[in-house]
Design a protein around this ligand. Structure first.
Ligand code: HH2
Length: 305
């Protein structure tokens, strides 16, 4: 099975832009935090963050996902003012980015400011539990909304990772959150869902969610997934975050085969190469050139022809 979607054309609407999900796309991660689990401190300085944001777009991401509060297990929360102070200069510096920017926040105050500063989507890792009013903001402004499953909070989420049927429970919670967003006035094509790999899940739970991602995809919403560099890969391979690049690409490809639309990754270049090779092979197999659309993908600066 290839990675191109079958059936009617699907899109994710983020403000005035529509992202085609005919084949999986990449959301490149930019953490402007001092303490993120794999890249904390690398892009805390706005100048470096802005340069990395541009690089992520040039490397072939369809979305730039900027986070200013770490959600790693045990992380301390930051105030809205602190979160905004980290985000503002970076958002302003990336206003002319050719790809939409999503902001990874669960605070209404931060989300409102981010949308005013040009963000096209809000990525809420609490799926409206922290602030249900985020759905109203998305409904009013038309920005995209990602609803991610997490048990508890980053401080508590790894204390209880037992589920009866993890996929059924996550699917049910995402269906409820999606329904709440629709009731608040969002359009269906604005709302994406995400099973929250690593957020209150055991190694087995994470593997089960990826293996049965098609059941999450059957909700009919665009599916985000974020296994990138996470500790379940470290548990499988006994390597640290920086050495989990190949494993992350493998996990994302497996997820894409089971219906993931948006692959949230730190290593955009490597993920892009994997999708391009898979697309080219798939196009050859099916005779369908849609799978290999190199012209739709910006070439990295300095890349050889
Ligand atoms: N994972 C993280 C943060 N935000 N958002 C979505 N939709 N899906 C995810 O899997 C997800 C997410 C955690 O990763 P990272 O941003 O790299 O680390 P940190 O939270 O430490 O900044």
């Amino acid at each position: 099975m290839g990675l191109s979607a079958v059936g009617p054309a699907r899109t994710w609407r983020t403000g005035d832009r529509e992202i085609s999900l005919e084949s999986p796309v990449i959301a490149g991660i930019l953490n402007v935090t001092p303490d993120s689990f794999s890249d904390g401190g690398r892009f805390s300085e706005p100048r470096k963050a802005i340069a990395r944001g541009r690089q992520i777009a040039a490397e072939g991401a369809a979305i730039l996902d900027i986070g200013a509060e770490s959600t790693r297990p045990g992380a301390d929360p930051v105030s809205a003012d602190e979160e905004w102070a980290r985000l503002e200069p970076v958002l302003r510096g990336l206003r002319d980015l050719p790809i939409p920017v999503s902001v990874d926040t669960h605070k209404l105050e931060v989300a409102e400011r981010a949308v005013n500063a040009g963000a096209s989507a809000i990525n809420d890792v609490t799926a409206l539990r922290a602030d249900p009013a985020l759905a109203g903001l998305a409904a009013r402004t038309g920005v995209g909304l990602v609803l991610m499953h997490m048990r508890g909070t980053p401080r508590t989420m790894q204390l209880d990772t037992d589920y009866g049927d993890v996929v059924a429970e996550v699917r049910g919670a995402l269906a409820d959150a999606r329904r709440a967003a629709l009731d608040a006035g969002c359009e269906p094509d604005q709302i994406a869902v995400d099973p929250g790999i690593g957020f209150g899940k055991s190694l087995d739970g994470n593997l089960e969610l990826l293996a049965r991602l098609d059941e999450i995809a059957s909700l009919g919403a665009p599916v985000w997934v974020g296994p990138s560099r996470k500790s379940f890969l470290g548990a499988l391979l006994d390597v640290g975050p920086a050495e989990r690049v190949t494993a992350s690409v493998a996990a994302c490809l497996a997820a894409a085969r089971r219906g993931a639309d948006v692959l949230r990754v730190h290593d955009v270049r490597e993920m892009r190469q994997a999708l391009d090779v898979d697309g080219a092979i798939e196009a050859r197999r099916t005779g369908d050139v849609r799978g290999a659309r190199p012209s739709a993908r910006p070439r990295a600066a300095g890349g050889r022809r």
